[in-house]
Design a protein around this ligand. Sequence first.
Ligand SMILES: [Ca+2]
Ligand SMILES: [Ca+2]
Length: 169
Amino acid sequence: MPIFWGNGWKFLIVPGPGDSRDLLVARWPNGTDNLAVVNSESLREVGKRFYGVPSGHTMVGGWTAQNRTGIEWVDVNGDDAPELVSATNGVWNRVTVFDAGGTPLHNAQFGPGPNNRPYETMRDMSVADLDGDGDMEIIVAISEGLIGGARSRVPQGVGNAVAEFADAA
Ligand SMILES: [Ca+2]
Ligand SMILES: [Ca+2]
């Protein structure tokens, strides 16, 4: 199945319209590090999603210069609906949380890496409730040997999610 463009690198199957499923495809190498969406009913690419940063954040893109080193589908703000959590690696590095439709909700910039070689900065990502307090933590491993943490939380009685991103170090 041709996907314009780039080799499939990370896959994630998420709910699609109706009873269908969407296969999210991160490519490496790629032109732009968005996620291609392949629907289970059409078995064709139906679009690109999960790209960009929330308003108030500066979007730094890069043609053939950025890749996804982690994508997970998990409820990080406690509203019982999953989000897409993504780590981006390349000339600019970030962790971004998107809603299910692809709108960026939260973002933590890790800045430019030393260069855009694969895995130069962001190596891997995982999402879990590490300390058992009910809030999910987003953990990334970076090339300097450090682990970065990002905590998500929905205050009781507040409808909007608030992401609290700690320093990368
Ligand atoms: Ca959620
Ligand atoms: Ca926690």
